[in-house]
Ligand binder design. Structure first.
Ligand SMILES: [Zn+2]
Length: 71
């Protein structure tokens, strides 16, 4: 199932790949969208870098999944 980036509508085949795309793009629009979901883009990046188990990506992937209906 394709998963859309809620910001730019690019499609990936998993929410983890969309999460990677959002972190990788990291422009104002993508950062702003993440922050508008009640989480801090910066904190997620720090979490991803400092904790094991892809925590930052996983958290963002879950948010992306929840946003699919409105994407
Ligand atoms: Zn995007």
């Amino acid at each position: 199932m394709d998963v859309k980036c809620p910001v730019c509508k690019k499609q990936r085949n998993s929410s983890m790949k969309v999460a990677r795309h959002i972190f990788g793009t990291g422009d104002k629009n993508h950062r702003g969208w993440v922050n508008s979901q009640g989480v801090s883009f910066t904190n997620l990046l720090v979490q991803q870098a400092t904790e094991t188990g892809n925590r930052g990506f996983t958290t963002l992937a879950e948010i992306v999944e929840r946003a699919q209906e409105t994407a």
